[in-house]
Write a protein that binds this ligand. Structure first.
Ligand SMILES: [Cu+2]
Length: 475
């Protein structure tokens, strides 16, 4: 976590077009100048943005992100989003060329208070039209942001204005609703939080938010493949992958809320270790406190938002991740054969004669990849990576660590380093007397060694499956 790196970019200099555009659209906004459009140069988590005017609230912290500053204009809260091409570091070693808002993908989190009148200027600096849909908000139909259906699309170089009242508190998102497949595959999305009017209502000490998103970027390239439907290779929290995702830091005893929205093409069971928690918010709003239900994993379908809460009473480094194991891997191909149990010693010698340096892999699992240092193509990430204090974590993608520590300052979100385990509380190697044989299931095949699994030549295997249509290809 670093100091705020918001840079203020006046639109008067670089984008006269944007100013001219605004006067065509909204009569009410005509007299006012455009608010500044701040941009962010960092992909690290920024401190919470406390309100300097308007009603008070406890701000959220966006994982590897930031909140959009705003200004009061009479009783309107004015924000300025700029849709534009951005470069986003997904983790150290890999940058993606994306489309986003105000310098980043996802765009900045928008925060308001129940009852606020918001005016959101949207300037389009993309090479094609766009619109912004305010996902989950209750608003006049013409402010809903569906290109062609509820408004004309925003042409490149123009600024449109959205005006609505934040009718209820809760968890929302924003994203385009024109050329949606392309624009969302390119990273256009953001979080939108509406705080309760009474700051004491639903109050927590730390409130973290992030979007689940995914990209398909081939090793050695920079731009996502926009036609991919399911087989993405970079599964992200807020356009970051582990080990590039910041830790979620909490002071022991704090009440913590974690909210997330899913803008990928599949569902994600988000699992947190060490705690059970209460699901307190959904797309539709807050769950009645008496009805909040306990979980250790919470599934979030495509287009949904979820919020859960817990009291951080147990210190430690607790993993939080998507429970689909392929979603905690970085750039990987899915067409790799399984070699578990195959002895590749002899084959490898043959292949090495043609390709010097060839390394047989996967015969005893793939964990060895966690500490392998292989030369990679330009601009990609190892499949499983990230080190903890005990060695390789063997994770990538949708994975980070909830770090609970005693005695942190109230606003301290800095990475506190690895947890210092009290003596005698870490799993350890048995070095005592030889153990008696453990009870095991008996079957005619029991006793087979993991290195002697039976491998069948794929050419002989293929015939059998013809009636069922063969394999399942690319899922
Ligand atoms: Cu997942």
């Amino acid at each position: 976590m670093t100091d705020t790196k918001v840079s203020r970019r006046s639109l008067l200099g670089g984008a006269g077009l944007a100013l001219a555009g605004s006067s065509m659209i909204s009569g009410r906004a005509q007299a006012a100048s455009l608010p500044e459009a701040p941009t962010m140069s960092e992909a690290t988590m920024q401190p919470p943005l406390y309100p300097k005017s308007g009603p008070d609230y406890q701000p959220v912290v966006t994982l590897n992100g930031w909140s959009l500053p705003w200004r009061m204009n009479g009783d309107w809260k004015e924000f300025h989003l700029v849709a534009e091409a951005v470069v986003r570091e997904l983790a150290p070693g890999m940058k993606a060329h994306l489309w986003g808002y105000n310098g980043q993908s996802p765009g900045p989190t928008i925060e308001g208070v129940e009852g606020d009148k918001v005016r959101i200027f949207v300037t389009n600096r993309l090479p094609e039209h766009t619109v912004v849909h305010w996902h989950g908000q209750l608003l006049p139909n013409g402010m809903d942001g569906v290109g062609g259906l509820t408004q004309p699309r925003i042409p490149p170089g123009k600024t449109f204005v959205y005006e609505f009242i934040l009718r209820k508190s809760g968890t929302f998102m924003y994203h385009p609703h024109s050329d949606e497949m392309v624009q969302m595959a390119m990273g256009m999305m953001g979080f939108f939080v509406v705080h309760p009017r009474d700051p004491a209502e639903r109050r927590v000490d730390r409130d973290f938010v992030f979007l689940l998103n995914a990209f398909d970027i081939e090793a050695g390239s920079y731009v996502p493949k926009i036609m991919t439907m399911l087989d993405f290779n970079l599964w992200c929290f807020n356009s970051r992958v582990f080990p590039g995702i910041d830790p979620i830091v909490a002071r022991q005893g704090d009440k913590v809320r974690i909210r997330f929205g899913n803008l990928t093409m599949t569902n994600h069971p988000i699992h947190m270790h060490g705690y059970d928690f209460k699901v307190t918010g959904t797309d539709g709003g807050w769950v009645d406190e008496k009805a909040a239900w306990p979980e250790v994993s919470v599934g979030v379908e495509v287009g949904q938002m979820r919020a859960f809460e817990f009291v951080a009473d147990v210190p430690g480094d607790w993993a939080i991740h998507c429970h689909k194991s392929h979603h905690t891997m970085n750039a990987m191909g899915h067409n790799v054969r399984t070699y578990i149990g195959v002895n590749m010693k002899h084959t490898a010698a043959g292949i090495r004669r043609i390709a010097p340096g060839y390394m047989p892999m996967g015969g005893s699992g793939m964990g060895e990849m966690g500490e392998m240092e292989m030369p990679l193509p330009e601009n990609t990430l190892p499949m499983m990576t990230g080190y903890g204090q005990f060695g390789p974590i063997e994770m990538g993608g949708m994975f980070t660590v909830v770090k609970v520590r005693p005695g942190l300052a109230a606003g301290d979100y800095k990475d506190p380093g690895w947890y210092k385990h009290p003596e005698g509380t870490v799993a350890y190697e048995w070095t005592g007397p030889k153990l008696a044989e453990a009870p095991r299931a008996k079957s005619p095949d029991s006793g087979v060694k993991a290195t002697e699994f039976r491998a069948v030549d794929p050419r002989k295997r293929a015939v059998r499956n013809v009636r069922n249509g063969g394999g399942h290809g690319n899922h």
